[in-house]
Design a protein around this ligand. Structure first.
Ligand SMILES: [Zn+2]
Length: 288
């Protein structure tokens, strides 16, 4: 249910809130069901040794996986907290935000940080899928745009790890406006001659695919990642036709020229390092 808007409920809150969520004990692979020690699984970058399934990685863990040890510095900002529609689908939007923060330890679905990656200082934007489906709302859009602005101001490369269900429905048109905001921010990075590298992780859909996930100079995707705009079932219903096998999988998109490479998580860091060195001359010279 959408309650009538009676004014803005905009507030600002300090960002980031990072409280690591520990998952001790045993876990199981979502690909093959094999049981594993969570600690060992996390050391293997959450890639199943039995079947190669790439498990979902929280935003701060992803940054730690990619960055040189001890170099991650989250970018502090005040983020807008908006409830323009007074949206309530059984739980009021501010309550959903509170629950997401409690469950993930994150302030928002987007985490940005400065970090060194293979010796190059970069701005990293990492999305948190477990925060309301990694949805792109006003705050996440503002954080991504601020990361782009910082990359331009300091002449850094931009690296984004994109995983999202799309625009945040609770914010309506304000969420859709973030596509334009993020697209403009990425354009400023490009206009400054700075590299932008994107990693698409499972799943990556909707407004994120339709904006900054697909606008990078180099678009990498993890094996088996589902990537698209609308979901396959919706497309089948609209087209009244059956979709090809593997439609919207990273490998299918690679074979159709939509992405540049499918890269195993264990190879992501070395490949990003190589790409950053290849582009390095355009960025600020910063000690490793
Ligand atoms: Zn497995």
């Amino acid at each position: 249910m959408v309650r009538a808007a009676t004014g803005t409920a905009d507030r600002a809150r300090p960002y980031p809130l990072i409280r690591p969520i520990l998952r001790p004990g045993l876990g199981s692979c979502e690909g093959c069901g094999a049981r594993h020690l969570q600690e060992r699984f996390e050391r293997a970058l959450q890639v199943c040794p039995a079947c190669g399934h790439h498990g979902r990685v929280p935003a701060p863990v992803r940054i730690e996986q990619l960055a040189d040890p001890g170099t991650v510095a989250p970018i502090a900002a005040m983020v807008p907290e908006r409830d323009p529609l007074r949206f309530d689908d059984g739980m009021a939007y501010p309550d959903r935000l509170r629950a997401a923060r409690e469950a993930t330890g994150q302030s928002e679905a987007m985490l940005t940080a400065r970090a060194s990656l293979g010796g190059t200082t970069v701005v990293i934007a990492s999305m948190e899928f477990d925060f309301l489906g990694g949805s792109l709302g006003s705050a996440a859009g503002a954080l991504f745009a601020a990361g782009c602005d910082l990359a331009v101001a300091e002449r850094r490369a931009l690296v984004a790890v994109c995983t999202s269900g799309g625009a945040r429905m609770q914010e309506g048109i304000a969420a859709l406006a973030q596509l334009a905001r993020c697209t403009a921010a990425v354009a400023a990075v490009a206009d400054a001659g700075l590299p932008y590298l994107a990693v698409l992780a499972d799943p990556c859909f909707g407004g994120v695919t339709a904006s900054f996930a697909a606008q990078a100079d180099v678009i990498l995707a993890e094996p088996g990642a589902r990537i698209g705009f609308a979901g396959g079932r919706v497309i089948e219903q609209a087209a009244r036709d059956q979709l090809p096998d593997g439609f919207q999988k990273a490998e299918f998109l690679l074979s159709h020229g939509m992405i540049d490479a499918v890269v195993s998580r264990t190879e992501l860091r070395p490949i990003l390092t190589t790409l950053l060195r290849a582009y390095g001359g355009r960025c600020a010279r910063v000690p490793a």
